[in-house]
Design a protein around this ligand. Sequence first.
Ligand code: NI
Length: 177
Amino acid sequence: MPVREVLKMGDPRLLERSAPVEAFGTRALDALLRDMFDTMRALDGAGLAAPQIGVGLRVVIFGFARNARYPEAEAVPETVLINPELTPLSDDMEDGWEGCLSVPGLRGVVPRYRKLRYRGFDAAGHAIDRCVEGFHARVVQHEVDHLDGILYPMRIRDLRRFGFTETLFPGAPAGDD
Ligand code: NI
């Protein structure tokens, strides 16, 4: 399966609201997910949303045991999440650095809910229902934002904390993030 081109900020397709998936366990959905995983792994991403490869469906993937781009982050289980619904479990917000494969070379500090419940479906249509916090919660919020046409720079509150990865974090692992 091919590694797909990741759309970059400025492409109007990244600003659209994606449509729900209506059929599960289909060859088309399996092929999409294979492409998404191949693309995410090739670029060392922590997650990827279907609209980032130009597919306007409510499908996100995320997870890693260890990620070179986020060396401090705890492991997040590899997850396919379709038609997600997020419910914050408290009003607590937490600032943290984010990058995005659609915004390569940059990082910014973004406030996210610290704890949340997420529900949705896997590729076969089985229900997923998890309560998570920390980096796991951050990654889910970032990916699900893509489904509503929101890129993380749109959520930065202090643009002084937005810049080039190689300048902000000299010596950090190189990566086209
Ligand atoms: Ni992203």
